[in-house]
Design a protein around this ligand. Structure first.
Ligand SMILES: [Zn+2]
Length: 66
């Protein structure tokens, strides 16, 4: 197998994977454009990133009763 053939094979596999991802996303009602949820670098939360980060509301300290 030549290098070109390997590259072609890899591209073929990636293409198939993207098609599968798109179908899976469709079945889950997600937009195929959203490939992966990026985690916020500040709090590692999903659905936003550091630029759109909103500080979570301060939680009241929990009183742990014995
Ligand atoms: Zn965050």
């Amino acid at each position: 197998m030549t290098i070109d053939e390997r590259i072609a094979r890899v591209k073929e596999l990636i293409q198939k994977r993207e098609e599968i991802d798109a179908e899976l996303a469709g079945r889950f009602g997600l937009s195929p454009r959203v490939k992966k949820t990026a985690l916020c670098t500040k709090c590692e939360g999903e659905g936003h990133n550091a630029k759109t980060y909103d500080a979570p509301e301060p939680q009241e300290p929990q009183v742990i009763s014995e």
